[in-house]
Design a protein around this ligand. Sequence first.
Ligand code: UD1
Length: 385
Amino acid sequence: MKILSVVGARPNFMKIAPFIKAIQKYNYENQTIIEHVLVHTGQHYDLRMSEAFFNALDIPDPDINLEIGSGSHAEQIGYTMVAFEKVLIEQKPDWVVVVGDVNATLSCSVVTKKFNIKLCHIEAGLRSGDMTMPEEINRLVTDKLSDLLLTPDLLSSDNLRKEGIPEEKIFFVGNIMIDTLEANREKSVNLDINNIVNVNMVDGMKYSYQHNLGSEYGLMTLHRPSNVDSEEVFIPIIKFLLEEVCKDLILFWPIHPRARKQLINIGLWDEVINTPSLILLEPLGYHEMVRLNMGARIMLTDSGGLQEECCVLGTPCLTLRWNTERPVTLREYGGASVLVGNNIERIRSEYYHTLKLDRLPSRPELWDGHTAERIVAIIINSNRK
Ligand code: UD1
């Protein structure tokens, strides 16, 4: 059997790493060869957004890199489809495995089904209900086309049933991101916070950082177009950070290229890097981010993956979105996160409330570190049918 899997952007890498390891384990234990080909579409291409994750998570180099790079959605999707079609003609896999909800996921799913090749979607069934999110469109199309839909939680399985996906295609397998978290916890916990911060500080910051053990800090990430692209939304968030959060807390902000460009465009870059308690960092490696998350007093984020990691690590989390496709991470489901959207009044009141909360780790069903093994078993079984 030949499986071809696809990655394109940063959040894909932590999902594919355990899958590849589970294939290797299966081959070793069963004296068999599942042939595996890894395709990187190249949507993320920087050392820090891409290659660093391959190295840190021990992912083999991609067999094929489509080198699509940046562009509009239509450009990224169109170029990926054209290039991926050639890959399928040459490789002729039995299965294509896609993960998550980025543009690579959608593009390669469409091309795969045009060739009538079996398609498996890891992290199926997530729904925010928000059609203004590019990721929601990617999820809907990918799930409609998939032959195997592997869900991280039971709410996601229910979403698929409600959309009329046949029961025999849906498998609840747990969250593969948590496989990566569990496999890398030990390495992360031993990293030194001072070192992480000082090595990764963006150029131009005047301060060196001396972390005292036990002292408190917050952690933030922001990258969604809905928060970053519009000045009316982005500027008040930055002002809130500068005028309130950073008055009483050190805030580490590993900055995504989209947010960095916008800070420069709106003329706030200098003010931000000259605020001693707001420490801008380059995009962090996997272990470095987990380490900072483990010790953070509070997380402010619009990332789906961080919401999940905060849930398992117990970091009180403000999710700067109005909706989430990951409700199991919310406080009402036992998780660590609360939706605050991008309204400053709401962010402010939840911020001060959340600062008083203790860490509360929780583990949704099957977020147990063994999702990838279940996935490999399901694909093998389906291939026999
Ligand atoms: C993409 C995904 C999003 C995911 C996020 C994680 C889609 C629709 N969106 O959004 O779901 O949560 O990745 O990061 O697929 N850039 C660089 N270096 C890089 C990559 C990008 O500088 O290595 C710049 C691009 O030029 C662009 C911006 O970052 O200006 C955004 O990149 P893009 O891939 O378009 O989308 P993301 O916002 O990263």
